[in-house]
Design a protein around this ligand. Structure first.
Ligand code: SAM
Length: 237
């Protein structure tokens, strides 16, 4: 991403200069919004899926794509866990530090290889970071290199097939020649800046489970949300 949209929006909110949300654009869909206050949610304001992920977290934790660091803060301050928060957004990481996260690094997850962790956390459609389904094997080989013995991956995502349903006929307009239907392209707008287009993967549970199994992981459905979303736990078989 060329511009630090998340960083700017998070910094403005933290400094009481909140004036607008991030607009998410996608070629085939109406614009959507990411409400900036949502990135600063407390445990009580989190969806059940995320609360469950925090409840299951233990040991040393890597919070991947931490944003404003809300999950990390809870784990560090309430559960006294050793947390490392990483995000490609330099602005977001600066605010994580100001919010009191002790270890926060601006880094691409796929380049992170400092140590091994008991818990790898990927939240708020954590599968997005894979970009495309074809990158999932690379994702699994990288997480393998970061997992401590007996460690776990906690990841949330959604089955977005419902987005392709024709409300009148009930039929789906998925074009199978265009690849997996969960492969979205997005760009973000905030104030007068627009990011480049980037890939963001939504993955249904069965597809995740099949890919996990073929990469040597056990995959468990922990909880389903109200919007076709779910939390999965992956451990090495
Ligand atoms: C939807 S936000 C979620 C933020 C946070 N996890 C939450 O639940 O509030 C996705 C975050 O992932 C970060 N991100 C995207 N790709 C990344 C990558 N390759 N490595 C690290 N962070 C990444 C973005 O900068 C953004 O802050």
């Amino acid at each position: 991403m060329n511009t630090d949209i998340f960083g700017k929006a998070i910094t403005d909110f933290f400094n009481d200069k909140y004036s607008e949300d991030i607009t998410v654009q996608s070629p085939d869909f109406d614009d959507d919004q990411i409400p900036i206050p949502y990135l600063f949610r407390s445990y009580d304001e989190m969806p059940l899926i995320e609360q469950k992920a925090l409840d299951l977290s233990y040991g040393t934790v890597l919070d991947v794509g931490c944003g404003a660091g809300s999950h990390s803060l809870y784990l560090q301050n309430e559960k006294q866990l050793k947390v490392t928060a990483i995000d490609i957004s330099e602005g977001a990481i600066a605010i994580c530090k100001q919010r009191g996260i002790q270890v926060a690094q601006s880094q691409d997850f796929f380049k992170h290889q400092e140590q091994r962790y008991d818990t790898l956390l990927f939240l708020m459609n954590g599968s997005g970071i894979m970009g495309k389904l074809g990158h999932i094997d690379h994702f699994f080989s990288h997480v393998k290199s970061l997992l401590a013995p007996g460690g776990q991956i906690l990841i949330d995502s959604s089955d977005i097939l419902y987005l392709f349903e024709d409300e009148e006929t009930g039929e789906y307009w998925v074009d199978l020649t265009q690849g997996y239907y969960g492969e979205m392209q997005y760009r973000l707008k905030y104030e007068n800046e627009t990011s480049d287009w980037f890939d963001w993967l939504f993955i249904d549970y069965n597809t995740l489970q099949n890919a996990a199994n073929s990469n040597g992981f056990l995959c468990e459905l922990i909880v389903e949300g109200e919007h076709n979303d779910y939390l999965a736990k992956l451990t090495l078989a």
